[in-house]
Design a binder for this molecule. Structure first.
Ligand code: HAM
Length: 399
């Protein structure tokens, strides 16, 4: 499972993001105010309970990472002193959903958030990051994108949706009846009314000039960098804070729960949470779903070490323990096996843990400054000077 997180961390580092650690437990208001009172997450899916403090504070396990990052950003005063920031985070999140394959009540998210950037190049770079994580894992996925407008054009779109909803009231499910006035955009996300919702007005037809230009340049910049996006005018995402760009990466071969990365722009959120008027954009990656996608594509990387070290005898052990340090310093994954067992049993163990090769050192090898290197796939064994071991192991591993 961790491979997706490892790759995401590498990509985030290359994009110059810093890690931020956020609490798993927060006051419930934080999520109500940010994820949105009318989102499913806040209405139905939060694990919340009263604290035993005098005030009976209601706390909740975080259902997503973004609100905690925004709160930390504002609390540190960065929104005013140094608004342009880029953070990543990783950890468990909790949602009371109906569990099924790829949908869990505790799952792991890797997320990124950028503050203080309103330019389309930033949106494109966020898409590029998602693409880089997915490509580095070898997964096949498509990127769907939409623009849901901003404070200028959203009201007209909202009004059109309400009008449409009222005209189709009888055909809409009960949940959507409530959504019409509270948050009509959520109708587009309704699983029950999906067919009817496909005929609802599209936000793209209501975009103001600025939003339209922004949307087109995000797509163009992403495309010139090799990230093709498919417009999905029904993509609205399940959280209330989004403005303009909304996107998802959808992996092949995963069935119903196939969105592995979801995100978008949230230009009004920092201000709505009491901070300065600062733009934001980010995404969350489902680490568990990425693991399922790797499994489905048969891409789970070999779990074993590059080599095991086998020392035969007490003086060989002294050399071996020094050599394994050198091999690890050369960035190889090496496990030292017990010197208390017979060679045959140790080689069986090496194969069992998936080691690519075995380094065997006895008194004789110590005296001659060399080691036996056994390729555990081909069973071929040869003598290698101790100084060449790291390079030779890396060569075997890469074949
Ligand atoms: P989200 O789309 O709710 O967005 O979640 C992000 C990702 O978490 C999803 O694309 C999916 O891969 C994974 N995920 C969601 N629910 C589950 C579940 N029950 N079980 C397993 N995996 C799941 C957010 O959470 C936003 N905070 C993303 C964001 C960051 N937007 C802007 N910045």
């Amino acid at each position: 499972m961790a491979i997706a997180e490892d790759r995401a961390r590498e990509v985030a580092r290359r994009h110059n993001f810093s890690e931020i650690r956020i609490p798993a437990l927060e006051r419930i208001e934080l999520f109500a105010r940010s994820s949105g009172e009318t989102s499913d997450i806040v209405e139905k899916q939060m694990y919340s309970f009263a604290d035993r403090d005098e005030a009976g504070t209601i706390v909740a396990l975080r259902p997503e990472g973004t609100p905690g990052v925004v709160r930390a950003y504002i609390e540190a005063g960065l929104d005013r002193s140094d608004p342009e920031q880029r953070f990543f985070y990783s950890g468990p999140v909790f949602r009371r959903e109906r569990p099924q394959k790829g949908r869990y009540r505790q799952f792991y998210q890797f997320g990124v958030e950028v503050f203080g950037r309103v330019d389309a190049a930033c949106d494109a770079e966020i898409l590029i990051m998602g693409d880089e994580i997915i490509k580095s894992l070898g997964i096949a996925a498509r990127c769907e994108i939409n623009s849901i407008g901003d404070a200028t054009c959203r009201p007209a779109y909202r009004a059109a949706l309400i009008e449409w909803g009222r005209a189709h009231l009888e055909q809409l499910c009960e949940d959507c009846h409530n959504r019409i006035d509270r948050n009509p955009i959520r109708i587009l996300d309704c699983k029950i009314d999906a067919k009817l919702a496909a005929t609802a007005p599209s936000s793209l037809d209501y975009l103001c000039d600025d939003c339209r230009v922004h949307f087109d340049s995000v797509r163009e910049l992403a495309a010139v960098a090799g990230v093709e996006t498919a417009v999905n005018p029904r993509l609205v995402r399940g959280l209330d804070y989004y403005t303009r760009t909304a996107f998802e990466f959808i992996a092949e071969g995963l069935g119903a729960q196939s969105t592995v990365i979801g995100g978008g722009r949230y230009d009004g959120l920092v201000e709505a949470m009491g901070g300065a008027k600062v733009a934001g954009i980010g995404f969350g990656m489902g680490v568990d779903r990425m693991a399922l996608a790797l499994e489905a594509a048969n891409l789970v990387p070999a779990a074993g070490p590059d080599a095991v070290m086998i020392a035969m005898g007490a003086s060989a052990l002294k050399s071996a323990i020094v050599i394994v340090r050198e091999l690890r310093a050369a960035n190889l994954r090496v496990e030292m096996l017990s010197s208390e067992r017979k060679l045959k049993a140790l080689l069986t163990r090496a194969v069992k843990i998936g080691a690519r090769c075995a380094v065997i050192i006895g008194e004789d090898e110590v005296a001659r400054g060399c080691a036996q290197l056994k390729d555990l796939k081909t069973s071929e064994q040869r003598e290698v000077p101790a100084g060449d071991l790291a390079r030779e192991i890396a060569t075997v591993r890469n074949t």
